[in-house]
Design a protein around this ligand. Sequence first.
Ligand SMILES: [Zn+2]
Length: 153
Amino acid sequence: MEQPTIKNTLNIDMEIPQTRIAKFWEGLKQGKLFATKCTKCGETYFPPTADCPRCYSSNMNWIELTGDAELITWTIVHVSPKSFSQHSPYIIAIAKLKEGPNVMAWFTGIKPEDIKAGMKLKLVPKYIPEKEKLSYEFIQSCNINFRDGVCRL
Ligand SMILES: [Zn+2]
């Protein structure tokens, strides 16, 4: 027997306050990734926060990230929100940055069958021309032969 279903479309649009984390957006424009580090408790945040969610201090320092990260887990999205539908399927990864925080971002330039937990990734700034937006994504860490957004080992 067929189950009744309801079809809905999910639209995602984010608004991020920019005034106290302007350096983050300036960094992306220059191809750099900046995080904030709490001067009181030492916790590092990416994306950066203007106040520390852990100890509520507002004394934050900016640090430039190396982008070096290690893959913890990932998922392949086949049914995507409407705003991302032209990209599906796509891969979302969570990786631990060398500087401490876990970051969730798209993982591009790799075939799903080549992904392994613990593999070395690089978090890199990304410009999305069709949306005229700045963002960031993971790619496979590959200093030897990186061309066209793909790691060629
Ligand atoms: Zn803190």
